[in-house]
Design a protein around this ligand. Structure first.
Ligand SMILES: [Zn+2]
Ligand SMILES: [Zn+2]
Length: 237
């Protein structure tokens, strides 16, 4: 089983390495969402994976992006989609995908390996790194906070979480504490944006900000991505 496929070169490399350990076909290639750093390597699994599950909107977004980029011949699309929950047994493990609403896109899944109690968050969690907020694919910061709350209710204190991205020097795995911190960061982004709108700032002035008050662990480049998205979400433009 594989979660996300990065780009074609990386997925080919992964497949070659795994083939050294077993000649068995891949049972599942699960996509957390459609972005090309998570699904454009799907094509390397063509003919050697049994099924590719993903949220229904992830499949739609992948199709739309491929059409726009004229790369439809380089895609392997999900062949099993779901709306709220998808579960399947695999050996001693049971894997469940959960969709809790719009967040980083409108098609992000949490992938729970129940016996191992490991949850792959895809890009639902950027660990101490400013996130991409794909409003063109239905992202919503306020809803993202609720999505994280639902995950915190569903999974437990023992759960190990895998993150889509992390800032320099930060880990790509963690605990519920990291979900709390990221949810609070998103709240601070919205609060800061609202304050600056009320203070009469222009969007251009606002996007020059270099920090989100209250979340100083989030440093480095890319701050304009969440700030721009929050501005559009709150002003409608
Ligand atoms: Zn993404
Ligand atoms: Zn990503």
């Amino acid at each position: 089983m594989v979660v996300d496929s990065q780009f074609p070169d990386q997925s080919k490399h992964l497949i070659d390495e795994l083939k050294k350990r077993s000649e068995k076909l891949f049972k599942l290639l699960i996509n957390t969402h459609h972005h090309s750093d998570h699904s454009s390597g799907n094509i390397s699994f063509k003919g050697i994976v049994e099924h590719v599950p993903a949220h229904e909107n992830s499949k739609k977004n992948q199709e739309n992006a491929a059409k726009q980029n004229k790369s439809e011949d380089k895609q392997l699309y999900p062949d099993q989609t779901y709306t709220n929950t998808w579960c399947q047994k695999a050996g001693k493990e049971r894997i469940c995908l959960y969709y809790y609403g719009a967040a980083h896109t409108n098609g992000d899944s949490f992938i729970h390996f129940e016996h191992a109690n490991i949850v792959h968050c895809g890009d639902l969690l950027f660990n101490r790194r400013h996130p991409y907020v794909d409003r063109g694919a239905g992202a919503n910061i306020k809803s993202w906070m609720e999505v994280l709350n639902k995950a915190l209710n569903k999974f437990d204190e023992e759960t190990i979480y895998v993150f889509g991205h992390a800032g320099n020097g930060y880990k790509i795995t963690g605990t519920s504490d990291d979900l709390h911190k990221f949810r609070d960061y998103l709240g601070n982004v919205l609060k800061f944006t609202e304050t600056e709108i009320k203070a009469g700032k222009t969007k251009e002035e606002f996007l020059k900000a270099t920090a989100v008050p209250g979340s100083d662990e989030w440093k480095g480049d890319g701050i304009q991505r969440p700030l721009g998205a929050a501005w559009e979400e709150l002003t409608g433009k």
